[in-house]
Structures are given as structure tokens and as C-alpha cells.
Ligand binder design. Structure first.
Ligand code: ZN
Length: 406
């Protein structure tokens, strides 16, 4: 990489080399296991000017046509989108016929909550299998990649948007400029752009190296938004902290009367990011040391369980989980299978390590002794659901932020 994806600075610092990885969402069918998998280096850089953590964008765009992450499979995400719909309705939508556009609308969960309240909505998502699910919910979806040209066409047909929202999408995008240009095209003059993404501070301080992979090409700071959006005539005016996905933020931006200084809330965030060292190389050297130590400790725990004759399985066939499994080199010898609630993944195999993915009923039919919570970011929810497993003597191994057994 030669320049920062958001602020265009060339002060990039390479601080973590995770090796060559397959696509983190590239789950395989049994008949694909013998074929070679495409692998790409996962070299992680940080921009010392805006704090954006980034890897090169190497994934063919066509890949996103079939996307298997569905937030509705999680109770936590159901609740999360219900609350985001409230924020949009109560704080941002003035007129009753105001339009909300969700870019990367996935299965339409957020928009379905808004529609229930009578709001006008439109989803945009390139993944055809998922857009179909959204339509089944009664949500209108444009099944295309989001580009400035598409933005202009949508605006001509539906009018300007009071709210453009994008959740869990912005950090997937390699070339952000056309995306942000399109958002600016869609917004009404008094419209608001709402973005939810993981915050880099959480990633760094909680040792979440697994939040970086080829589909998550960026981890944002508030500074990265302020600097990037300014290039497109937008200003960040508010930021909220969120608990989902191991620590995220909700950024609010609007068209700016050129070159305005950020308000007090945003200034506070920028000061905090500076104080926590997000613009200093040493911070990332310490991070790498902690990540390597945690890997060694997790592998030691798993080896000890194996030695004691215990059967271990994984919980959560997530993309970030695959970064962890591939970097740690944990395969089917260690984890007999990975349990996941998303039926689209059942019968498939994890990319790279080829661990079979099965439904939760397997925990009843053929229970392991212990479970590695690959989806450690949903640990509370998972451990609550698996209370019975725990009471029968099953233990949970949590790999991040520090390896521990519960
Ligand atoms: Zn930057």
C-alpha cells in the first residue's frame, strides 16, 4: 500500500504480518476441498496521521455476490437494529414521507423495523441471495453495487434521502472514494449520513487482530472519518459508542458549510484517540507482542486439553474466526467441528483449515467436552444459550482479549 485509504497520507506503518490467508468468508463445499484455495497476504498497516488500520484490497468484487453473513441469525443484532431504527425515526426523519436508504442492507432487517413505523425505505445490496431475503420481508432492494452512477439513478427515481445509513459495510470497501461520493449525491441538503463500523481503539486495546481480514480491509478511527468525509464536503457532527462486534461506533455526518471545525463531541473523540496512542508506531508494536503471546497461550491450552483426552469443538463459524484459526493454524485435528446457528453455513467447511460447520443440534447429539469460542465477541450470548452444556461440565475457552477458560 502506498497511501492511506481514507486521508491519503503516505505515513503508513506495517506492524503485523499474519501470513497468507484464504478469503475469511470463503466457506467450502465438500466437493471443493481438493481444489486449491486462493490465498492472499494479510499485511496490516496503520496510517500514523489518521489512525486507519488497513490491509490491501485484494478480493475480487464478484465475491460479494454471494454473501453468507446474516445478522438476523443473532438475537443481539436483532435488538441492535431495532434500536438503530428508533434513532433514525426519532432523531433524523423529519417529514413523514422522508426516505431512508440503507447501503449494504443485507437481509433488510433495519429497514423492516423502519417500515413497520411507516417510513419510506430503499435497500441497496449487491448480494443476490441476501437481497432475496430482504424482499421476502417486504423491503424494496436495488440489487447492484453502489456507485456514484447508481446514486444518481436512485436519486432521480426516488428523490433525495433524508438518511443514508450503512452498517457493517464501510470497513469492507477497498476504494472508498466512489462510495462516499455516491453518498454525497444521494443526501438531501439537510440529510444525514449514518455509518456504523468497529472502532480501531477497541481492536488495538482488546487485542482483536481477528477483526482484520480481506473483507474487513479497514478499521476506522473517528479521525479517519473526519479527514475522509471532509474531502467530499461532509462533516462529522456526532459519534456514539456501540457494544456490538466487540466495540463499534456510530458516526453521524452532514453536508458542511465548508471547512467547519469539529464540534465538542467530535473533538473529545479525537483527543482520546491521540491520548491512547492511535497515531504512534509504538502502540502497534506493543499490540503485535500481545497478539503473539495470546496465540501461544491459546495453543498451549488447547494442546493440554487434547493431552488430557478431551474432545474440543468450536463455536461460531465467523469470518473473523477464520482469521484466528488460520493464523493460529488450528485445524480439524484440534477442533472436531464448528457449531453455528446460520443454516447457510451448515455442511460447509471453514476456509483454509477445512473444519466442518454444523448446526447447534450437534451439541446435543454428539457433544464435545469443551468449546473454543471462536466467536468470542458474542461470548455472553453464547454462554447464556449453552448454560446446559456448561452445567454438564463443558468448558468454554475464550481466546481474546486474553486467553481464559470459563
Ligand atoms: Zn490516514
Amino acid at each position: 500500500m502506498t497511501e492511506c485509504r481514507t486521508c491519503k497520507s503516505q505515513r503508513l506503518y506495517l506492524f503485523l504480518e499474519l501470513g497468507d490467508h484464504p478469503l475469511a468468508n470463503g466457506f467450502l463445499r465438500a466437493d471443493q476441498l481438493a481444489e486449491p484455495e486462493a490465498r492472499f497476504p494479510l499485511d496490516v498497516h496503520v496510517c500514523l496521521d489518521c489512525g486507519l488500520i488497513q490491509v490491501a484490497d485484494q478480493v475480487p468484487a464478484e465475491y460479494f455476490r454471494h454473501y453468507v453473513y446474516i445478522p438476523s441469525a443473532s438475537d443481539v443484532m436483532q435488538e441492535h437494529f431495532a434500536r438503530l431504527a428508533e434513532v433514525i425515526r426519532d432523531r433524523l426523519l423529519g417529514a413523514p414521507d422522508a426516505l431512508t436508504i440503507d447501503i449494504g442492507c443485507n437481509d433488510g432487517l433495519l429497514l423492516s423495523f423502519l417500515q413497520r413505523d411507516g417510513a419510506r425505505t430503499l435497500g441497496i445490496d449487491p448480494a443476490s441471495n441476501i437481497a432475496e431475503l430482504a424482499r421476502e420481508r417486504g423491503v424494496e432492494v436495488v440489487n447492484e453495487y453502489f456507485t456514484p452512477e447508481l446514486a444518481r439513478a436512485v436519486r432521480a427515481e426516488h428523490g433525495p434521502a433524508a438518511v443514508v445509513v450503512t452498517t457493517n459495510t464501510f470497513h469492507h470497501i477497498g476504494d472508498l472514494d466512489p462510495f462516499t461520493l455516491g453518498v454525497a449525491e444521494l443526501l438531501a441538503d439537510d440529510g444525514v449520513f449514518v455509518v456504523e463500523v468497529p472502532h480501531a481503539l477497541e481492536l488495538v486495546e482488546q487485542n482483536e487482530f481477528d477483526g482484520v481480514y480481506h473483507e474487513h480491509v479497514s478499521q476506522h478511527t473517528v479521525k479517519s472519518f473526519v479527514d475522509h468525509l471532509r474531502l467530499f464536503g461532509l462533516e462529522v457532527f456526532d459519534v456514539e459508542r456501540l457494544d456490538v462486534h466487540g466495540g463499534s461506533m456510530r458516526v453521524f455526518a452532514r453536508k458542511s458549510a465548508n471547512g467547519q471545525e469539529p464540534g465538542p463531541v467530535v473533538r473529545e473523540w479525537l483527543a482520546e484517540e491521540d491520548e491512547r496512542g492511535l497515531f504512534r508506531a509504538e502502540t502497534y508494536d506493543r499490540f503485535r507482542e500481545r497478539v503473539e503471546r495470546n496465540r501461544d497461550e491459546t495453543l498451549r491450552i488447547l494442546a493440554e486439553l487434547k493431552q488430557n483426552g478431551r474432545r474440543v469443538a468450536g463455536y461460531g463459524a465467523s469470518a473473523r474466526g477464520n482469521t484466528l484459526l488460520n493464523y493460529y493454524d488450528i485445524g480439524p485435528d484440534t477442533l472436531e467441528y464448528i457449531v453455528d446457528r446460520n443454516p447457510l453455513k451448515h455442511g460447509l467447511f471453514s476456509p483454509g483449515m477445512h473444519i466442518p460447520v454444523v448446526g447447534t443440534e450437534r451439541l446435543e447429539d454428539d457433544p464435545p467436552d469443551d468449546l473454543l469460542l471462536v466467536a468470542w465477541n458474542f461470548a455472553d450470548e453464547i454462554m447464556r444459550q449453552l448454560d446446559g452444556f456448561h452445567r454438564r461440565g463443558g468448558r468454554f475457552i475464550l481466546p481474546i482479549p486474553e486467553p481464559r477458560i470459563a
